[in-house]
Design a protein around this ligand. Structure first.
Ligand code: ZN
Length: 458
């Protein structure tokens, strides 16, 4: 047996009691096996999980009890996945208004002090807190994450460098407060701050020799400039793992060329954790159907047709501590039809566009979906990275990082595409830049809307 693996198993067995160990082992085995089941079997599993979660919420979660009773629903109201449409949606504001109403009153799940807490950084406005019961936490934070990593060729005993959106002076406190499980103890983990220069990370990589590095896509675009021949030789990299920002196709191809490894993008949020991960086959993102039910809805609130973009609503199927049912993520995605060549039965999404809150006030359109613009640039052959700034009533500006092999007329082509999308009579200015500045959360925003005096992230 690999001695690293043995050391980690021993480390784990020393920090967990038997029931935790069994629960984790079960989650991991379940995640490993169920991904290969037929789509119909996975949907049936979701249907049964939905009925259980609905009844649990109706009986023990004050927010849902009040809403569902007011809507005349009883415990038999949900029988099929289609019945989900009977339930009202939940917004971020609903939760922030009174988060305690979303917690189960059923303490049988264990002592709430043993629940796991997860919260947003608040970069998108008010921070949001979510609670998970231990069993769900092990499934979503460990088993399902481990499955996505394994699919990318990263085993639990491989070394992973995690570049976090925490200032370097807070890193120690941040990581020591992490649950031991899955964060620190399992496999080698090294934390770095995204706010430090990628150049300063090179030395850590040379010493730590990670098999995978985890960060926002834009970080790797910056790191590319320092990824020299010596690092390539020293670091036994197997994959880059990205999340938190839209990953344009051109950027992914560029990263795969520069680092010589696949880029595995993970789509998720703080409220339900990982929702889907990009299949190595290159045919979309597999949904973690065991823990989350994804709906893609059109503008009228009906299921969007396959291949058509729509709003993402998620239902947490296993979190009993704080069940989120039909939670509006404010993301846009596309559902892919058919099965993946990799053989997994897990359903697939494509083109996940982060955080699309508002429509853009552009005269010729009244309001234009930001998706219209971000898709155009995300799929452009030459665009690795971009930021669109709409100065309301004035002009649209696009700052673009081009691929090194971009054709000389690439900027013109970007400008032309944007002009076509927004229509005549509104000035467009496109400029090439070396990098896009980060906002306070450490991320890059794809679209900013600046009204005179106010700035809104879209
Ligand atoms: Zn696949």
């Amino acid at each position: 047996m690999d001695k690293d693996l043995l050391a980690h198993i021993l480390q784990y067995t020393s920090i967990m009691d038997l029931s935790e160990l069994l629960s984790c082992g079960w989650s991991l085995a379940d995640a490993g096996i169920s991904q290969w089941r037929a789509p119909a079997a996975l949907r049936e599993r979701q249907r049964r999980a939905l009925i259980t979660q609905f009844r649990h919420a109706l009986a023990t979660v004050p927010f849902y009890r009040r809403q569902y009773q007011a809507a005349g629903l009883d415990e038999n109201s949900i029988q099929t996945l289609g019945d989900l449409a009977k339930l009202p949606r939940v917004s971020r504001d609903d939760i922030q208004g009174n988060p305690d109403l979303f917690l189960t009153t059923l303490w049988r799940l264990g002592d709430p002090s043993e629940w796991y807490e997860s919260h947003t950084s608040g970069s998108m406005g008010k921070p949001l807190q979510t609670w998970f019961d231990p069993e769900c936490w092990w499934q979503v934070k460990y088993a399902l994450k481990a499955r996505a990593l394994l699919a990318a060729g990263i085993a639990p005993y491989h070394r992973v460098a995690i570049v976090d959106d925490v200032p370097s002076e807070d890193l120690e406190r941040h990581t020591s407060s992490m649950a031991l499980w899955g964060e620190q103890a399992f496999g080698g983990r090294r934390y770095l701050s995204v706010f430090d220069s990628p150049e300063s990370h090179a030395e850590t990589y040379a010493r730590f020799r990670p098999h995978a590095i985890y960060c926002f896509p834009s970080y790797f675009l910056e790191l590319s400039r320092f990824w020299n021949a010596a690092l390539r030789r020293q670091v036994p990299l197997r994959a880059l793992i990205t999340s938190g920002e839209t990953l344009p196709d051109a950027a992914r191809r560029q990263l795969e060329e520069t680092f010589g490894v696949p880029v595995i993008d993970v789509y998720g949020n703080t409220e339900v954790k990982d929702i889907a991960w990009r299949c190595r086959s290159g045919h979309g993102y597999h949904v973690n159907m065991e823990s989350v039910l994804v709906e893609i809805l059109d503008a009228d609130g009906r299921p969007a047709a396959n291949g058509k973009p729509g709003e993402v609503l998620v239902t947490a199927l296993t979190n009993r501590a704080m069940p989120l049912i039909r939670y509006a993520t404010e993301d846009i995605a596309v559902r892919l039809p058919g099965e993946c060549p990799c053989g997994r039965g897990l359903e697939r999404l494509a083109m996940i566009q982060g955080r699309i809150a508002d429509y853009l006030p552009i005269p010729a359109h009244g309001n234009l979906s930001p998706y219209n613009l971000t898709t155009a640039l995300s799929t452009h052959q030459a665009v690795m990275h971009f930021q669109i700034t709409l100065r309301a009533g004035e002009r649209l500006e696009a700052a673009v990082v081009l691929r090194p092999d971009a054709k000389p007329d690439a900027l013109q082509s970007v400008e032309q595409i944007l002009r076509q999308r927004i229509g005549p009579g509104f000035p467009v200015k496109v400029s090439a830049v070396a990098s896009i500045p980060r906002d306070a959360s450490g991320k890059h925003r794809a679209i900013r809307v600046i009204h005179p005096g106010v700035e809104v992230a879209a």
